[in-house]
Ligand binder design. Structure first.
Ligand SMILES: [Zn+2]
Ligand SMILES: [Zn+2]
Length: 236
């Protein structure tokens, strides 16, 4: 994180949450529009429009004629600063405080806005330069190009994988990390980054139906298709 970002702490927590989400959706190849953000944050569309207008005014985002949202270089820099603190905080809570990986996202969402550069540097040093959060998401500044991490790793969504092809879980989408039920469900079934699994069958879209997975020990398990969509895997 650069000094300018450390001192440009005027963005409100809400704006920082928007920046993180827009960044993550972009990283996962999703089109970002107001309606999707309203759904994500469970707020009324006019509220989202208000915040987006403020973010355009402050130079964090741009909106094109189809109202698609993209981050400006300033927006990317600020989003990466917040996400870096978020993911390092999760790492700290798991590695140093012994919390479980399904418990830390919420805590990190609160703490990420208040961590100074000095604390961040100490955390990085004591953790031995981690490159990902406990859910597998890249720590900006600790990997060559966090925005293109999925592409660089050759990752695809599990739901879109070839049935039967052995895959390894790279990361759980940060877009669903804050859906506690999903994270809990995966944790309870031992599905963590590094787990080997394959798709048995699933719908072509993340709809209301289920997908069936096979684990390396031969057991099978049914998960909602939208969860399989949120899991990014790489071929074994
Ligand atoms: Zn998180
Ligand atoms: Zn995480």
């Amino acid at each position: 994180m650069s000094e300018t970002v450390a001192h440009d702490a005027k963005a409100s927590e809400v704006v920082e949450q928007y920046l993180e989400t827009i960044y993550n959706m972009g990283m996962e190849g999703d089109v970002v529009i107001g309606a999707r953000l309203a759904e994500k944050f469970k707020v009324a569309p006019p509220t989202v429009t208000e915040t987006l207008k403020r973010m355009v005014r402050d130079g964090y985002i741009e909106m094109d004629s189809r109202r698609q949202v993209t981050l400006t270089p300033k927006g990317v820099e600020h989003a990466e600063g917040v996400l870096r603190r978020h993911r390092l905080t999760e790492r700290f809570l798991v590695d140093m405080l012994g919390m479980q990986w399904h418990q830390v996202h919420e805590e990190a969402c609160r703490l990420e806005h208040y961590i100074s550069g000095a604390v961040e540097a100490r955390v990085v040093a004591s953790l031995g330069l981690p490159t990902t959060c406990p859910h597998g998401n890249p720590i900006p500044g600790s990997v060559p190009d966090a925005r293109n991490y999925l592409k660089d790793q050759g990752a695809i969504r599990l739901l879109l994988a070839e049935p039967g092809q052995p895959m390894r879980l790279l990361l759980v989408s940060e877009v669903v990390e804050d859906e506690e039920a999903i994270i809990h469900y995966l944790h309870d079934r031992g599905i963590v980054p590094g787990t080997e699994l394959s798709l048995v069958s699933g719908p072509p879209e993340p709809d209301e139906s289920d997908a069936v997975l096979a684990l390396a020990d031969g057991s099978q398990l049914t998960i909602p298709a939208r969860v399989a969509y949120a899991l990014w895997v790489v071929p074994v």
